[in-house]
Write a protein that binds this ligand. Structure first.
Ligand code: FPP
Length: 239
């Protein structure tokens, strides 16, 4: 049976919150929470794949996160750098296709290169699509899309009257990827925090008190189960 028919969401997006609180509870530095969180990301990617989820998008670093203490920012960037440089073999083995969403132009050049390499090398993989949001903010993504469209219009390549919702979707960092069906946010907060605001228009939201470093396959299954038991209404029709 097709995954969608079994009620498995095609695309799951996750706001991975609570790393700092998880660490503080254990008397550890916040960075220890991020390190554990990064391990959980890798495991959840495998679990999501095994469950039949086709796309997973995680919020790793927001446009607002630059204002955190500089050592923490540096550590997060190093975690992402390590991931980009070491995960190719694993992606090849598991057939994972990687895309980084967000404004990559503000990242260190070596990280930009590692991202471009990993995206290129996994582009033809046909398994789960894994989107990592880095220096991502939905408002910034929309601002960049508007700039792109205005430039096209100015050059005569685009007639403003022809702009549809699809034109806008296709101008976002997630172009070509179906909108998320399910958004999960861990650690008790119930906010969107500037994540995928356009793409989450019809998504179901699932909040859990579990901190991201404690999140696991059983928790993912709970979220998918909750999703499955909701009636999916789009404009009044149950999907
Ligand atoms: C929120 O917790 C979490 C982040 C800002 C960073 C999330 C990043 C990772 C889990 C690493 C990503 C790694 C890969 C490989 C994609 P918080 O620090 O805001 O927690 P708090 O609210 O408890 O302080």
């Amino acid at each position: 049976m097709a995954e969608a028919e079994r009620g498995i969401p095609t695309h799951v997006a996750i706001i991975m919150d609570g790393n700092g609180r998880w660490a503080r509870k254990r008397g550890l530095p916040r960075t220890a929470g991020h390190a554990q969180g990064a391990k959980v990301v890798e495991q959840i990617l495998e679990d999501a794949d095994h469950m039949g989820i086709r796309y997973l998008t995680v919020y790793a670093f927001s446009t607002e996160n630059w204002s955190r203490p500089q050592p923490e920012v540096k550590m997060l960037m190093n975690l992402l750098r390590t991931y980009m440089k070491t995960s190719l073999a694993k992606c090849a083995k598991n057939n994972v296709r990687i895309r980084v969403i967000g404004d990559k132009s503000k990242l260190d050049v070596d990280l930009q290169k590692a991202i471009a390499g990993l995206e290129e090398d996994t582009r033809d993989n046909t398994g789960i699509g894994f989107q990592i949001a880095i220096n991502y903010g939905a408002r910034d993504e929309m601002r960049r899309a508007v700039t792109k469209l205005c430039e096209k219009a100015k050059s005569g390549a685009l007639d403003p009257a022809s702009i549809t919702e699809e034109t806008i979707s296709d101008s976002l960092d997630t172009a070509g990827i179906p909108d998320p069906d399910l958004l999960i946010r861990t650690s008790g907060e119930e906010r969107l925090s500037n994540f995928l605001m356009w793409q989450l228009s019809y998504a179901e939201f699932y909040f859990t008190d579990v901190a991201w470093p404690d999140f696991n396959k059983a928790e993912l299954e709970k979220a998918v189960d909750a999703y499955r038991h909701r009636e999916r209404r789009m404009g009044g029709l149950v999907r």
